[in-house]
Design a protein around this ligand. Structure first.
Ligand SMILES: [Zn+2]
Length: 169
């Protein structure tokens, strides 16, 4: 997960960092102790801690912001680019036909295409999907959730992407 400096510093201070990756380091200065030495924590951009293997089964919560980013801010029907305000969440199998609200059944669509499709499947509407929707894994989710990612962090995440989509980075 993404951590604040303070959260990362806490893990270092508790000696819970098992290994780390990345060359450029963040330094955080603390107080001065009784013998006059200032405490300092040197942090790497990627750190690993023990425990919580549950995260490997992690399914990111579906939100429009992440969905639109997954689909590259493009309408998955006409292929045009839109900002968040002009995109909608389209249920490929519509909810009135029993379609579920989950990653693999939703795509970004502009209002016009969504309206045209209405309560129909793409087949029924004679419309074609430009890409197969997929559920982001934890690393893809981390990429989608943060717009400011360092090069070494990106490299780490990218090497763990599921390969279901080539991402514009
Ligand atoms: Zn469209």
């Amino acid at each position: 997960m993404w951590l604040s400096r303070e959260e990362a510093a806490t893990l270092y201070a508790r000696d819970q960092v098992v290994w780390s990756i990345g060359d450029e380091l963040l330094r955080m200065r603390g107080g001065i102790n009784r013998v006059g030495i200032r405490s300092e924590i040197v942090m790497a951009p990627i750190i690993a801690c023990e425990g919580d293997s549950q995260r490997w089964n992690f399914v990111p919560a579906l939100s429009n912001r992440l969905l639109f980013r997954r689909d590259g801010q493009l309408c998955m029907y006409c292929g045009e680019s839109f900002d968040d305000r002009r995109l909608t969440r389209d249920h490929i199998v519509p909810r009135i036909q029993g379609g579920r609200d989950r990653w693999t059944n939703v795509v970004a669509a502009c209002a016009r295409c969504n309206h045209r499709k209405g309560g129909r499947t793409p087949d029924q509407a004679g419309m074609e999907l430009l890409a197969i929707p997929f559920e982001p894994n934890v690393f893809e989710f981390m990429y989608l959730a943060n717009r400011q990612i360092r090069g070494d962090q990106m490299e780490y995440l990218q090497s763990r992407f599921s390969g279901q989509r080539s991402w514009a980075t």
